[in-house]
Write a protein that binds this ligand. Structure first.
Ligand code: NAP
Length: 251
């Protein structure tokens, strides 16, 4: 059997795809042949245009994922708009920074709800559709802080460590149903999310000194891993957290 990275005819739901890593993943899945539902709170105009240029279909399903209220509708709406659902990419995420002593309940809840709770219930809804058809791919965007503690980001480290655990928990239960669940742990990627770090001369230098590859990653660096984990080429890969980090964790 030929190894296939082809996604022709597949239908994908990608969260937080108006910019950054989510945008690069949505466009790469479309380039590989998939139609895409974009779920986020901001207008994904640029992503819609980039997908249109690939010749694939994209639909805009606007939703604020800070709460799980829109989650069930989102999966139903994606199934209705695309005629089914084969791939879910849980990418939407936020980060809040503060010292431990000053960290507020609001900053705890906002990050854990958006990055972990919504991810679980969206996966639960998508898994129902995928298990019924006997196939599917769920890809969670984790972080280096799924492995490490980071600096002044306790709710983010907790949520992303939770994403790694949940990826394995869901993978175990869904494997017999033909659904693979994996995560990508991006290293330091140049996006809005890391704009403050890039602008901080000292932190920027410290970060670059530690990355064996010697540069920040681009959103496109993450997209290839996403196409692999969405495609038949990864059918025997499940419960894995794949670091795409320029070698950071190898140090
Ligand atoms: P980004 O440019 O800030 O993009 C985050 C995306 O999530 C945006 O589309 C954003 O929409 C969306 N989002 C946030 N809160 C939302 C909400 N309540 N409802 C709907 N959508 C929401 O950041 P990024 O770097 O591409 O991050 C993407 C993912 O990668 C996140 O899970 C992040 O934690 C993870 N990650 C990033 C890095 C990195 O170095 N950049 C490293 C490790 C992990 P808006 O534009 O409307 O805010």
């Amino acid at each position: 059997m030929a190894i296939s990275f082809d996604l022709t005819g597949k239908r994908a739901l990608v969260t937080g795809a108006n910019t950054g890593i989510g945008q690069a993943i949505a466009v790469a899945l479309a380039e590989a042949g998939a139609d895409i539902a974009l779920a986020g709170r901001s207008a994904p105009d640029e992503t819609l245009a980039l997908i249109a240029a690939t010749g694939r279909r994209a639909v805009d399903l606007r939703a604020d994922l800070a709460t799980i209220a829109p989650v069930k509708d989102l999966v139903n709406d994606a199934v209705e708009a695309l005629g089914g659902l084969d791939i879910l990419v849980n990418n939407a995420g936020i980060i809040r920074r503060n010292d431990l002593a000053d960290f507020t309940e609001e900053d705890w809840d906002a990050v854990v709800d958006t990055n972990l709770k919504t991810l679980f219930f969206l996966s639960q809804a998508a898994a129902g559709v995928m298990a019924a058809q006997g196939s599917g791919k769920i890809i969670n965007i984790a972080s280096l802080l799924s492995f490490q503690g980071g600096i002044r980001v306790p709710s983010y480290a907790a949520a992303k460590s939770g994403v790694a655990g949940l990826t394995k928990a869901m993978a175990n239960e869904l494997a017999p149903k033909g659904v693979q669940v994996n995560a990508i742990a991006p290293g330091y990627i140049a996006t809005n999310n890391t704009a403050a770090l890039q602008a901080d001369e000292t932190r920027n230098r410290q970060i670059l000194e530690r990355i064996p590859t010697g540069r920040w990653g681009s959103p496109e660096d993450i997209a290839g891993a996403a196409v692999f984990l969405a495609s038949p080429a990864s059918d025997y890969v499940t419960g894995h957290v794949l670091a795409v980090d320029g070698g950071w964790l190898a140090r």
